[in-house]
Design a protein around this ligand. Structure first.
Ligand code: SAM
Ligand code: SF4
Ligand code: SF4
Length: 381
């Protein structure tokens, strides 16, 4: 671990309040028309990631390193957090505008008390065509044994569990709070028993730290119903001291698995713009995936918006500024006479999405890396 002094820039305080004037593209249609909501690069607003807490019980070295996220770290205070009713209300407007998939994240989302109550509220939402949402959650798995049944009963459809090693010593080094692999595996088992049959297991690969775990992880899950996905280590936020030399390209991951576990063949994406590249073992047909966020940017098909725990909307993981939807929800901005109406909220979201041109990963350079960026634990992965 380096002794680097990290200058934390609190970008959370300088977000703009979006205009609530209906943009022409939406006003032209009588009802909100999702097909019109395309950004400057033709990308529709399709997915919403909602962070429900900026706190976590892990200190993963690539996300919340201990020397930055110490006991004096200024986490958000309770009144700053969106309430479940506020999240439900804003999520409903996104769904009216075309969002079909919602992922809950954090921080560690299962630390938010009674999260199942929020899931119940979101599970009731329907798209304009009357479809239920693809409602999913990413977790470090530490509380799954306790929560899996309640999550399932509340209407959560799918789960992604992060696990960065199968060797206990390496995993404890990665999470930096001495949490054991056995407890995460037990959480995955609990989720499976509760009826989650589409569990993804995500491993961030940090070269020199856990890349010796690629083959053991792939072997461990080779004969299970769970799909492992290896994620390239990203330069999110300002605190993890990211270096390109610590990124192991996904093509090397695939080579190692094909040599060390079993031969692989490619699989077609499940849907256009799927982030993970899918592979299949030739010996048993099971799936394994890679997410090449650094070496093969997927900005051209990025349809994701991110809502922070305090109601700030970000249109890119690497954004330095958000848009303050909480002020509109609460109606406590200068000159506001009360909370924004649903129509005004939709207009505000459209005013943010329509001019969007984000493509950070396609244009990553030393200069772009020097810009302020929001932390992953704040905005959610
Ligand atoms: N705490 C939960 C968890 O770990 O699953 C949810 C939040 S976490 C920020 C979401 C995902 O982001 C995790 O899979 C994590 O491994 C990933 N992540 C965090 N920092 C990352 C980084 N620098 N590069 C790549 N992935 C990262
Ligand atoms: Fe916590 Fe998830 Fe970040 Fe690890 S990756 S520190 S578990 S938020
Ligand atoms: Fe989407 Fe931004 Fe990531 Fe590109 S860099 S894929 S625009 S979140």
């Amino acid at each position: 671990m380096t002794d680097r002094v990290v200058q934390l820039v609190d970008t959370r305080k300088r977000n703009s309040v979006p205009s609530m004037l209906m943009p022409a593209a939406l006003a032209a249609s009588s009802a909100s028309s999702p097909s019109l909501l395309k950004d400057q690069r033709g990308r529709a607003l399709h997915d919403l990631r909602i962070s429900v807490t900026d706190r976590c019980n892990f200190r993963c070295v690539y996300c919340m390193p201990k020397h930055v996220f110490g006991s004096d770290y200024p986490y958000l205070k309770q009144p700053e957090l969106l309430s479940f009713e506020e999240v439900r209300r804003i999520a409903g407007q996104f769904v009216a505008l075309g969002v079909e998939k919602i992922r809950l994240t954090g921080g560690e989302p299962l630390l938010r008390r009674h999260l199942e109550n929020l899931i119940e509220l979101l599970a009731d939402l329907r798209t304009p065509a009357g479809k239920a949402l693809d409602l999913t959650l990413t977790t470090n798995g530490s509380l799954l044994r306790k929560k899996a049944v309640a999550l399932k009963q509340a209407g959560l459809k799918r789960l992604t569990v992060s696990l960065d090693a199968i060797d206990d010593a390496v995993f404890r080094r990665m999470n930096d709070v001495d949490f054991s692999v056995g407890d995460v595996l037990d959480g995955i088992q609990a989720a499976h028993e509760a009826g989650f049959d589409d569990i993804k297991v995500n491993m961030v690969v940090k070269k020199g730290w856990n890349d010796d775990q690629i083959i053991p992880m792939a072997r461990h899950f080779h004969d299970t119903p769970h799909t492992v996905r290896f994620i390239e280590y990203m330069d999110v936020g300002a605190s993890n001291g990211w270096k390109m030399e610590e990124v192991l390209p996904s093509r090397d991951v695939i080579e190692r698995i094909a040599d060390g576990v079993a031969p692989l063949r490619t699989l077609e994406p499940n849907y256009p713009g799927e982030v993970a590249q899918r592979w299949q073992y030739e010996d048993n047909g099971h799936e394994v995936g890679v997410i090449s966020s650094v070496t093969q940017a997927f900005c051209s098909t990025c349809t994701r918006a991110r809502l922070s725990t305090e109601g700030q909307l970000y249109t890119c993981l690497f954004a330095s500024r958000g848009h303050d939807l909480r002020t509109l929800l609460r109606g406590n901005g200068p000159g506001m006479k009360g909370p924004a109406s649903d129509e005004q909220l939709r207009a505000a979201i459209a005013n943010i999405w329509l001019p969007r041109g984000d493509r950070y990963s396609e244009i990553r350079t030393a200069e772009t890396q020097a810009r302020e960026r929001i932390e992953m634990s704040y905005i959610g992965g």
